[in-house]
Unconditional design. Structure first.
Length: 532
């Protein structure tokens, strides 16, 4: 597990920078547009190309492309691997281009189906359709970016793809600053923001191509012989179940957005803002560890070493459990001051912030299960067993939708987030049950002792976080600059003391990787001092 932790540290830092900028992007957006009708229309419009991106690009493609590209590199060499990437890129451009054109034509019925016509709000519906058409080209751009990111990850160049979203967020934030300075009316401002979002997608793709170009890769559009190519055929065989599984997840998001839209103005935006905070630790720790694990298990799968593959997965599981469980506890206890500090600006009201905090608490209950799904699933693609993640995904979606359909009116937006958590738990349970039979038994040495160590460390962390929050409230944390300053200081204190106590407990109980995690801040500080 220390190897998984060590390899993921640079990726985690890169993703942290990207996610912090993503959070800043959401703060700028919330300050400009609040959590009302205009924000809801944008979130729905942005979700449509995002759903298509997950379906045809980043999610499904990455699962199938990285193991195949890694095998081509190891077995056939760099030139053959580049040809495979060109063939996949050309086919992806063909497919996503056709989908984008169709979605441009049918944008209105898609938005109607997704939002149930916003309960009859014609102006909100028309705005969402206009913004959807503005942002649909993102699908083509991020599809190419997904191929290029997969090429970099397969060559263990994790940092550039992890930083690419930072450029997306920087361009978006710049657009927001320009919009604010120009003093645009709300409708013109949200259209301009959507245009900036599309430009940001082009920049994100270009950054990754630049890194590959410097390594000697020259992209070419190749279609001749694509369907006869064994690598393309393997990707097609792997990607079909992944598309079905992700399509089910997207259907889940699609229907959940309808549930939220039916609750009136606000819930769609509340879910989006809370998910941004939820995704910060998931991206920094869960996605970083999953990215490193994907490459490691792909390499072991190419060698045919199932036992080593299972060991790599187990390393990733314990690293993800250590990092994401602590994040979940901290976010749950400190949800209120965090949301107030981050989003309570401009058009976002105190009531909006309280609603977002409640949604965040429901989301973070699923932080560890989500991370474990991302760690377990790549192993099945590495050994050409993609149907198992597909079935696991379908089971999770079914549980999510059943819960939300029964409770969304009673529980509101927090209930919709809780349904997402329930779906993640079901998903990882199916993957875990199938792992030993389909791949190899996961190592179980010291499992009980490690789980007990995590529980104790997180209880200590929760107590420190709660004491910090209550102390900040007693000192006057909340509204105004003084209240914000108190909130910030109490959060910094909670993070510092919580991390020290959490790692100290785990190190004392000999949890793998705890000593490295404990020493990491001091090593980073020493490195910064040397560079200074």
């Amino acid at each position: 597990m220390p190897d998984a932790l060590r390899s993921s540290v640079p990726v985690s830092l890169a993703i942290l920078g990207s996610r912090v900028l993503g959070l800043a992007r959401e703060v700028v957006f919330a300050a400009l547009f609040g959590a009302g009708a205009i924000a809801d229309a944008y979130q729905v419009a942005f979700r449509i190309p995002n759903l298509l991106r997950d379906l045809f690009a980043e999610g499904a493609l990455s699962s199938a492309f990285v193991p195949t590209f890694t095998a081509a590199l190891q077995q056939d060499g760099r030139e053959r691997a580049h040809v495979l990437a060109d063939l996949v890129s050309a086919l992806l451009l063909l497919v996503t281009g056709a989908i984008t054109l169709a979605a441009l034509v049918f944008a209105e019925p898609i938005v109607i189906a997704m939002t149930r016509s916003f309960a009859g709000d014609a102006a909100k519906l028309a705005l969402a359709v206009e913004l959807t058409r503005t942002m649909l080209p993102i699908l083509v751009l991020v599809s190419l970016a997904a191929v290029w990111a997969g090429m970099l990850n397969a060559q263990r160049r994790f940092v550039v793809p992890a930083l690419a979203p930072a450029w997306f967020n920087l361009v978006s934030i710049t657009g927001g600053v320009v919009i604010f300075a120009a003093g645009l009316a709300p409708r013109a401002a949200i259209v301009a923001w959507s245009a900036a979002t599309t430009i940001a997608g082009a920049v994100q793709a270009g950054v990754q191509l630049r890194a590959l170009w410097r390594d000697g890769y020259r992209p070419r559009l190749r279609l001749r012989g694509a369907w006869q190519d064994p690598g393309v055929r393997r990707i097609a065989a792997l990607i079909a179940p992944a598309v079905i599984g992700i399509a089910a997840v997207n259907l889940n998001v699609f229907i959940n957005t309808g549930f939220a839209a039916a609750l009136g103005d606000g819930p769609v935006a509340q879910l989006s803002y809370a998910f941004r905070l939820f995704f910060l630790p998931l991206g920094v720790f869960g996605v970083a560890i999953a990215t490193v694990t994907t490459t490691s298990v792909s390499e072991q799968a190419a060698k045919g070493d199932r036992a080593a593959l299972a060991q790599r997965s187990a390393d990733g599981v314990w690293a993800a459990a250590m990092l994401t469980s602590a994040s979940a506890v901290g976010l749950f206890v400190l949800a209120e001051p965090i949301v107030r500090l981050v989003f309570r600006w401009g058009a976002t009201t105190t009531a909006d912030a309280a609603a977002i905090a409640a949604v965040l608490q429901a989301y973070v209950l699923g932080l560890l299960p989500y991370a474990l799904v991302k760690v377990h699933a790549p192993a099945f693609y590495g050994v050409d067993r993609p149907r198992i993640p597909m079935v696991a995904s379908l089971c999770g979606v079914a549980a999510n939708l059943a819960f939300n359909a029964a409770t969304y009116r009673q529980l509101g937006a927090p209930g919709i987030a809780l349904g997402t958590t329930i779906g993640a738990v079901v998903n990882v349970a199916v993957l875990r049950l199938a792992y030993g039979r389909a791949i190899a038994p996961l190592p179980t040495e010291h499992r009980t002792r490690r789980i007990a160590a995590l529980l104790l460390a997180n209880l200590v962390l929760a107590a420190i976080a709660w004491a910090s929050w209550r102390g900040g409230a007693w000192l006057g944390g909340g509204e105004g600059l003084r209240g914000r300053a108190i909130d910030l200081l109490s959060l910094v204190l909670a993070a510092a003391l919580g991390l020290l106590a959490f790692t100290a407990v785990l190190a004392a109980l000999d949890f793998p990787g705890a000593q490295k995690l404990r020493a990491m801040p001091w090593r980073m500080w020493a490195r910064l001092r040397r560079r200074g």
